[in-house]
Design a protein around this ligand. Structure first.
Ligand SMILES: Nc1ncnc2c1ncn2[C@@H]1O[C@H](COP(=O)(O)OP(=O)(O)O)[C@@H](O)[C@H]1O
Ligand SMILES: [Mg+2]
Length: 313
């Protein structure tokens, strides 16, 4: 879907992006991660041509991005940024309808689409469509930003630290919503963040950048297991890597049906992560948990040995 071949970007004498090659498959959720100033935003903005690249080639579905006109780039690529970039004097509905209006959709179709998106993002139309950005919480504004990026139903979504300004709880909620949304919409997403936990929680593939170059890319689990160097290892959390790996696996993947023993007194949801299950074990000083479903009904058990990955307990 998106391919970068040896792409470089210079600002004057400074090289912001230094010969990177990258391939993002259709439907893939790809996270660009790295410390501030490493070239993530520049890379993202070269894909939708907000910034022109200095050297190399960028292709969308095999076509050079330079061959697309502004209108087709707008239609095909949604863009969401930190602090949303919403127009303060426009209502929520008007903000969301921005790109369809630029593409000259008929009014009725824009209205339908705006209402559909508000439903999708959990923003009740009655309550929100006439509000202005300053009347929204950070999380609500960010939802409007995502709705606006999705307005023309683009195949590609570029997101630059979209949740960077939110408090941790709202942030986690929106991460969960984005995951659910992606499971339904199957967009091709390139997501920029400096937060490794966010990248690990969301991405199918991590691309770690440092000083304008890609230092490693792969599935989260593979990077956690085999970081190429100390830099990637420290970015992945050093000694915390075990917990980060455990956070990638659900209890349901390790639980067993009930053994002959009594139910363990402490409970964990099948949908919790192994790191959360381990935390419950540590907290209660137990090595066995009862796994429950959404209705809190016991459906199995998880032992510490199973959690650690042993074949039987
Ligand atoms: N418009 C610009 N003019 C000059 N230098 C820029 C411009 N945009 C970015 N840079 C420089 O390019 C480098 C990469 O920036 P950026 O892509 O924004 O990094 P990141 O998003 O990873 O924090 C930085 O050193 C930054 O100062
Ligand atoms: Mg940036």
């Amino acid at each position: 879907m998106i391919e970068l071949f040896d792409v470089t970007k210079r600002f004057g004498s400074e090289t912001a992006v230094d010969g990177i090659s990258l391939r993002v498959e259709k439907g893939e959720f790809c996270a660009l991660v790295g410390t501030s100033g490493c070239g993530k935003s520049t890379t993202l903005r070269m894909i939708n041509r907000l910034i022109e690249h200095s050297e190399g080639e960028i292709h969308l579905e095999g076509q050079p991005v330079r061959s697309f006109n502004e209108e087709s780039l707008r239609r095909r690529i949604g863009y969401a940024i930190q602090n949303t970039g919403l127009f303060p004097h426009w209502t929520v509905a008007r903000n969301i309808g921005l790109v369809p209006r630029l593409l000259k959709w008929p009014k009725a179709r824009i209205l339908d689409r705006v209402e559909e998106l508000m439903g999708l993002l959990g923003l009740p139309v009655e309550e929100f469509s006439r509000k202005y950005p300053h009347q929204l919480s950070g999380g609500q504004a960010q939802r409007v930003g995502v709705a606006r990026a999705l307005a023309a139903d683009p195949d590609i979504l570029l997101m630059d630290e979209p949740f960077g300004a939110l408090d941790p709880i709202t942030r986690e909620t929106l991460q969960g919503e984005l995951r659910d949304l992606q499971a339904r919409l199957h967009k091709t997403i390139v997501f920029v963040t400096h937060d490794m936990d966010e990248a690990l929680a969301l991405a199918d593939r991590l691309v770690v950048m440092h000083q304008g170059r890609i230092v490693q890319q792969g599935r989260p689990i593979d990077l956690l297991r085999n970081p190429v160097d100390d830099f990637v290892e420290s970015l992945l959390g050093g000694m915390d890597r075990g917990l980060k790996e455990a956070a990638l696996t659900r209890v349901s993947e390790r639980m067993m049906s009930f053994g002959p023993r009594l139910l363990a007194s402490e409970r964990v949801s099948y949908d919790a992560s192994l790191s959360q299950a381990l935390s419950v074990m540590l907290w209660h000083r137990v090595d066995r948990l009862t796994v429950v479903d959404d209705e809190d009904i016991p459906i199995g058990e998880l032992s510490l040995r199973r959690l650690l990955g042993a074949r039987s307990s």
